[in-house]
Design a protein around this ligand. Structure first.
Ligand SMILES: [Zn+2]
Ligand SMILES: [Zn+2]
Length: 345
């Protein structure tokens, strides 16, 4: 089968290669990939700003259909439409595994980074990591399940947004649009920020009913936040852009004792005004992956129509056109670009 492979560490070293199909173990499912989304992490992998274990097939945001099940699999059948957690090898015994945070297990192995991922025709996943796609959700939409649950983890598990919170979401890419919808589902009043380059993303945000969209290059964000919070500052910032400027502005706009959650990755070190964190008693939280809770709640919110995924899908290309897709993602053209595997034979 054709697969997009990181062949060695270092910038570049990504290539579509012919590789053998994965073999399904006794507690595993073999899944024919329907779609796999391009994610910021894939761009960091291209530039070698994110650790990987090459040679490895990359891609971790996928949906598909079960084509084979192992002898010990009980919950799924051939033909089921599924998504899966990309964190697939954990120790099961460390303090993280034992407290439900297996996705950041000390010995974690993730598909698309350390183990073969989903920019390929087939992927093999452990039964315990697989979830059925709700009948209301299409295979294209379901390819956004993994970023969706990163957003529900950030908003629900890590930040614990509460009804009535004013929530500043910085960065209107896929993660920002998902986090904004999750915060709204929790009862938050969302302000979503971006720049002039995000015009298309703001249009999608308005279609999704996000009440306040602010172009920070043209509008006075501090004044808008002041008006909406009677001068207190926002309860919560969810930083999804990975931009230094958004961090500086976000930290300055939180109320005293508010929460700042960092979701975007920077690929470098960035300065933070820690004196402000101290004097305003701000809580800083990181959010990278997900939990079983985030998967269950995320998929349920989509099935209920409280989070909409289809408006975020702006292009679908064949896997062989990955370079075009990565370039458009980097140029901030569109929102979520899906790749469709080559189905030869
Ligand atoms: Zn991702
Ligand atoms: Zn562990």
């Amino acid at each position: 089968m054709k697969a997009l492979v990181k062949t060695a560490r270092g910038p570049g070293n990504l290539q579509v290669l012919d590789v053998s199909e994965p073999v399904c173990g006794e507690d595993e499912l073999k899944i024919e990939v329907a779609y796999c989304g391009v994610c910021g992490t894939d761009i960091h992998i291209l530039k070698d700003e994110f650790p990987t274990h090459p040679p490895v097939i990359i891609g971790h945001e996928f949906s598909g259909t079960v084509v084979e099940i192992g002898s010990k699999v009980t919950k799924f059948r051939v033909g089921d439409r599924v998504v899966a957690e990309n964190v697939c090898s954990t120790c099961g015994d460390c303090y993280l595994c034992r407290t439900g945070h297996y996705a950041i297990c000390i010995q974690r192995g993730a598909q698309g980074l350390d183990l073969d991922g989903a920019f390929a025709r087939y992927i093999v996943c452990k039964e315990q990591n697989v979830y059925s796609i709700p009948s209301e959700v299409s295979l294209q939409e379901a390819a956004l399940a993994e970023p969706l649950v990163c957003a529900t983890h950030a908003v629900i598990d890590q930040t614990k947004v509460r009804a009535g919170d004013v929530v500043l979401v910085t960065g209107p890419g896929a993660m920002g649009l998902l986090a904004a919808q999750a915060a709204m589902a929790e009862g938050g009043l969302v302000i979503l920020t971006g720049t002039t380059a995000d015009r298309e993303r703001f249009e999608v945000a308005r279609k999704l009913g996000i009440p306040h969209t602010v172009n920070v290059e043209r509008e006075d964000l501090p004044r808008i936040v002041g008006d909406l919070t009677e001068g207190r500052g926002v309860d919560v910032v969810i930083e999804c852009s990975g931009s230094e400027r958004a961090v500086t502005s976000g930290v300055s706009l939180i109320k005293k004792r508010g929460t700042f959650t960092q979701v975007g990755l920077f690929g470098k070190k960035v300065p933070v005004d820690l004196d402000t964190i101290v004097t305003r008693e701000i809580r800083i939280v990181g959010s990278m992956s997900h939990t079983w809770n985030a998967w269950k709640r995320g998929l349920s919110l989509v099935a209920q129509g409280k989070i909409r995924l289809a408006p975020l899908i702006t292009a679908v290309y064949p896997l062989t056109e990955w370079e075009r897709a990565f370039k458009e993602f980097e140029d901030r053209k569109g929102i979520k670009i899906l790749l469709e595997p080559v189905r030869e034979g």
